[in-house]
Ligand binder design. Structure first.
Ligand code: LLP
Length: 452
């Protein structure tokens, strides 16, 4: 679908009528040719709430949560639960929605814990991850009764042991394991192999040693193991392999340390669609494959089936999100390319700058027209790499158009910054055609609040 650098901007007769529902089924096009999200007209949303604007379909988020929940019923008789990895998009309202749907919440910082508590999430349903939790963060987790602390390294195990002893409590912990599996994804978001900053390695004996210490501790209760092999993974095979490897360690810990653990968290990482031709990953078939492997491996090793957890972030919110911008300028460099300048950029979506991520772009006020123009979408930050997408098809843009970027629900708001002192956008959630603000737009006052 992409043109190549330096080609003419126009696709002419090759113009393609896009089917945006193939990227996300919460999208549509209304009678006046405008893009719709969960039944709300994107152009009206941009007019009413301003741009740049994050829009999230509540219906789509809920639907995904229900699909995950129901596969736990069919695959594990409901013994286990999906956990929403809140790093994908963490704000109070999203956490209320996913916990209403019965998901637990994964947190990786004091800030995410604070957000979850402010949203009214039961601390017992929090799973605290991270490779360098500070003492302050660990104390917050212990004092608020966080249900599962996933210990990343031996220093943390000792720190937690001391903090628990000082408080006279016995928190439930899991160990983060590197199962030694290479998920085929971008190097920055791959985490399960030995050369990773996360977790205890299996190959070196580090994992067994950590388990030995955890079992020996009278202040910590080792309930399970955790792994996360990477993000935006489409293959089932690495997940199946990870489940088998992790259960092997369950059996080894039982035989060598006499400890039977009850929780297995297989992490997140399921791929989503950014482009029309991306293959949809049916979660249900992933869940089926992993469940078969879990059942078979447990039978072979004589293990009780542990309570299974998975930790999806991206797949819960990505396809539910769209970002809306106003086109401020169009700069055509003859024989080179056309830049479409929008009022957002890497400060609210750094993913192209960081990972050259794919996105689908379109002109929301002419969504019914063929995408017969190729352009590069540029942000407003003061650097050349501030791009959202290069050489991407869209309807011919005009100044003042509303440009939409699809599948922006994950890792956009959560990775936004105030680079160049830009203000972070508002977020509107749409339920059955009705929008409501869930995060208000930043103001210059907000921006200056911390300056002394
Ligand atoms: N659990 C753990 C321990 C994780 O580290 C992650 C993601 C998840 C669950 C959720 O994975 P997901 O289902 O969202 O793939 N900023 C990058 C993604 C980094 C993912 C980090 N960890 C991006 O924009 O693509």
């Amino acid at each position: 679908m992409k043109g190549s650098a330096g080609t003419a901007e126009k696709m002419g007769e090759k113009g393609i009528k896009m089917d945006y529902r193939k990227v996300s089924d919460c999208l549509g096009v209304d009678q006046v040719g405008h893009l719709t999200i969960s039944g709300a007209d994107a152009v009206l949303l941009a007019q009413e709430y301003g741009t740049p604007l994050y829009v999230l379909s509540e219906d789509k988020v809920r639907d995904t949560c229900r699909r995950y929940k129901s596969s736990f019923v069919s695959d594990y008789d409901g013994f286990g639960t999906p956990i929403y990895a809140s790093k994908a998009f963490c704000c109070k309202e999203i956490l209320r929605v996913v916990t209403e749907e019965g998901l637990d919440v994964e947190v990786v910082s004091g800030g995410e814990i604070a957000t979850a508590l402010a949203a009214g999430v039961d601390p017992k349903k929090l799973h605290f991850q991270g490779n360098n939790k500070s003492e302050t963060e660990l104390i917050l987790a212990l004092d608020r009764g966080v249900g599962d602390i996933v210990v990343d390294n031996i220093t943390e195990l000792h720190r937690l042991d001391r903090l628990a002893a000082e408080r006279g409590i016995v928190p439930k912990i899991s160990l983060r394991i590197k199962p030694g599996i290479d998920a085929h994804t971008h190097a920055f978001i791959r985490t399960g192999q030995i050369d990773s900053k996360f977790g205890f390695a299996l190959e070196t004996g580090e994992a067994m040693e950590a388990a030995r210490e955890a079992v020996a501790s009278t202040h910590l209760e080792l309930v399970g193991l955790h792994c996360h092999i990477g993000s935006q993974v489409f293959d089932h095979e690495p997940f199946v392999l990870a489940a088998k490897v992790m259960l092997g360690l369950f059996a080894q810990i039982r035989s060598e340390l006499g400890k039977t653990m009850t929780h297995l968290n297989l992490g997140g990482g399921f791929g989503v669609r950014y482009k029309e031709d991306d293959a949809a990953l049916p979660y249900e078939s992933y869940m089926d494959d992993v469940s078969k492997a879990v059942h078979q491996t447990c039978r072979e090793l004589g293990l009780e089936i542990p309570k299974i957890f998975i930790e999806p972030g991206r797949s819960v919110v990505a396809e539910a999100g769209v970002t809306l911008y106003t086109v401020g300028d169009i700069k055509t460099i003859p024989g080179v390319r056309t830049y479409v300048a929008i009022d957002g950029g890497m400060f609210e979506n750094p993913r192209y700058a960081l990972y050259q991520s794919d996105y689908t772009c379109l002109i929301a006020n002419r969504a019914d027209q063929p995408a017969d123009f190729v352009a590069t979408v540029a942000g407003k930050c003061c650097e050349s790499g501030d791009l959202i997408q290069e050489h991407t098809p869209m309807q011919k843009p005009e100044v003042g158009d509303v440009l939409a970027v699809l599948s922006t629900g994950a890792y956009n708001y959560s990775m936004a910054s105030n680079y160049n002192r830009n203000l972070r956008p508002a977020c509107v959630m749409v339920k059955n055609g009705r929008p409501r603000v869930i995060i208000r737009r930043e103001t210059y006052e907000d921006l200056l609040r911390l300056d002394v």
